[in-house]
Design a protein around this ligand. Structure first.
Ligand SMILES: [Zn+2]
Length: 105
């Protein structure tokens, strides 16, 4: 299994290095992210963005590197309790097959 690089938080606090505790937390969020699949990352980012409230999407984008559009989509999906998402691992029909998986990078 390819090891994915853990994203480095780009939030102001972490960039300034004034808050080691927050930096550790944000690092752990990114470690967690690195082990989740695409939709799990989106939903976790969505939950975090909601938790931060105003400006949450921007902040989560800086922490995780996930773009605003993806986080917004996650928030939308979470807002109806993922009712339109399959509970198994199979992709939604019509979502298109993933292009051939890259074996290594
Ligand atoms: Zn940070």
């Amino acid at each position: 299994m390819a090891i994915k690089a853990v994203h480095q938080c780009q939030c102001q606090e972490c960039v300034n290095g004034n808050n080691p505790e927050m930096k550790r937390l944000h690092h752990q969020m990114n470690v967690l992210m690195s082990r989740l699949d695409e939709q799990e990352r989106r939903w976790y980012a969505a939950v975090e963005a909601k938790r931060y409230g105003r400006g949450g999407i921007t902040l989560v984008r800086k922490i995780t590197g996930i773009d605003d559009k993806t986080i917004s989509r996650g928030i939308e999906e979470m807002s109806d309790d993922l009712k339109n998402r399959p509970t198994d691992r199979i992709r939604l029909e019509g979502a298109g097959r993933p292009t051939v998986e890259k074996k290594s990078k």
